[in-house]
Each structure stands twice: as structure tokens, then as C-alpha cells.
Design a protein around this ligand. Structure first.
Ligand SMILES: [Zn+2]
Length: 278
């Protein structure tokens, strides 16, 4: 599932690829991807408009249109945005095709169809998706100070991994990056938030920001399922730099004594080093 670095990678590409372009026509196939409004309404609100900006709210992409509406794209499990030319054959599971007046296309491909697209007025966005109003801070778009971060940790009694992946506290983090961040900070997934020393709080916050920026630099992570690719169909490269995620029984890069352990936490796999993380 794409997390903040993957969605941010796509946002940056969309900024170069789609901003300033006018939508000539829109095709919608199937009934799952556009489900909050009728296909007809969706198409009518897009055709003839120009994309003026692309922002991100957690894992949501928000494309601003010159009509005052926004096009919201949520990739969820397996959604992919791909640039194409109208001549290219349409891949299986292509649900939406946006053609620009300049000739290029943006296609939404989604085998599992959990992803979605919809168009709404900018001021109605949070009424439409209440989850957006509840999103926590974004460590890349809108970082906070480590002291504010520390207050957030201290005011809660929960395990560190649950804290990092709670979307109402930090927007956009999931299983992979939480594990990588905790390793970088030298902290266990099951440490209590209110047990951290000042030094540990600083280390954790630095790990949050640095790990995400590093992951964006490498275009995000693509796992064996290959469900995440960028606009050009290229996989990310950060998986080659994972220190713990998916590295069970492999030697720890830091201590070189232990091998990476795997545990279950909140129904998901958690990877960590028993020696380096306390
Ligand atoms: Zn280690």
C-alpha cells in the first residue's frame, strides 16, 4: 500500500506532468473507481478544466482545477497513475482515462479497485471526506518542532508503532516506514510513548523526517507485489535501502551481531533488531 513517500513521489511528478494542462476528454470504465458521484457528473466537472496545482493530504492527492473544484485521487491498495499517449494500448484494469488538449493522457489503473477518484468543490472536500479533517501533521509538507512532537508523545499512552501509524497524529505513515523509522531511532515498536527520554524524543523525530525524505529521494518503496510504480511505470528504489522491513533473519547492518526479528503487532508484521532497539 503506498505510503507518504510513494504518494509524494507521484505528486512531484504530477506537478511537472499535469499542471498547466487542460482536460479535453475523460473516459470512465466500470463502476468501482468513480463511486461517490455518477460517471456523467464526474466527467462533466472535469472536461474543459485546467489543472493548476497538485497537493497532498496524507495519502490523498488533490489536483486543483481552474473551475474552483478539486480532483481527489486516493490510490489505496493497488491504484496506479500512469502517463500515456492515446496510441498506447489500454492496460487491463484501466478505469479512468484523462486526455489533455496537448495530446497526453493520465490513466488510472487499479486491479483491486479500492482506489477512487472524485471531483468536488474545494470547500466541500472535508465534508465529503471527513477523514481529511482529522489528519494529523504531515512531516514533509508541514513539519512541527520536536518539542511539540514530544508533547504529543507524552500526552498519550500507547505503543510507539501504534502512535506512528495513527493517521490522526501523523498523516501518511504505514507499516514499512514505521519500522524503518523505529530502527533509525533505536527504539522498539512496543515502547510506551510516555516512557521516552528527551534525547529519545529528538532522535525519534529526526528519524521520522529523515527517513521520509530519504525514501522520497529514492522514489519510494516497491515490494514484491510490484503494485507501486511511478507515472512512467518505474518502481521505487528505497526497498534496496530498507534496514529492517522484510529482512527477517538477515544480519543487522548496525550491530552486525543480531539478525532482524519479526513479530506481530496490530495484525501486521513488525521487523526490528533486538540489540539495537530498546
Ligand atoms: Zn542491530
Amino acid at each position: 500500500m503506498p505510503e507518504l513517500p510513494e504518494v509524494e513521489t507521484i505528486r512531484r511528478e504530477l506537478e511537472r506532468e499535469a499542471v498547466g494542462k487542460r482536460i479535453k476528454s475523460v473516459e470512465v470504465h466500470g463502476t468501482r473507481t468513480v463511486r461517490r458521484q455518477t460517471k456523467k457528473a464526474f466527467i462533466a466537472k472535469l472536461e474543459g478544466t485546467k489543472i493548476t496545482a497538485v497537493s497532498r493530504r496524507g495519502k490523498y492527492l488533490v489536483l486543483k482545477l481552474d473551475s474552483g473544484d478539486v480532483l481527489l485521487i486516493h490510490l489505496r491498495m493497488s491504484g496506479q497513475l500512469r502517463r500515456a499517449t492515446p496510441k498506447e494500448p489500454v492496460a487491463k484494469h484501466t478505469h479512468v482515462i484523462i486526455t489533455f488538449t496537448q495530446g497526453g493522457q493520465l490513466r488510472f489503473v487499479d486491479p483491486r479497485t479500492f482506489g477512487e477518484l472524485f471531483v468536488t468543490a474545494k470547500d466541500e472536500l472535508t465534508a465529503e471526506v471527513p477523514e481529511l479533517a482529522e489528519l494529523g501533521f504531515d512531516p514533509v509538507e508541514d513539519p512541527i518542532s520536536w518539542t511539540t512532537f514530544g508533547q504529543q508523545l507524552m500526552s498519550r499512552q500507547m505503543k510507539l508503532k501504534a502512535f506512528l501509524t495513527d493517521q490522526t497524529i501523523i498523516a501518511g505513515l504505514g507499516n514499512i516506514y514505521a519500522d524503518e523509522i523505529l530502527f533509525a531511532a533505536g527504539l522498539r515498536y512496543d515502547r510506551q510513548t510516555d516512557s521516552l527520554s528527551t534525547q529519545e524524543i529528538r532522535r525519534l523525530y529526526r528519524a521520522v523526517v529523515e527517513t521520509l525524505h530519504e525514501a522520497i529521494k529514492y522514489g519510494g518503496s516497491t515490494l514484491d507485489d510490484e503494485q507501486y510504480v511511478d507515472l512512467n511505470g518505474k518502481p521505487g528504489e528505497f526497498q534496496e535501502h530498507h534496514k529492517v522491513y522484510n529482512r527477517e533473519k538477515l544480519p543487522c547492518y548496525r550491530c552486525r551481531r543480531a539478525t532482524i526479528s519479526k513479530a506481530k503487532f496490530g495484525g501486521r508484521s513488525t521487523y526490528f533488531c533486538e540489540v539495537c532497539q530498546v
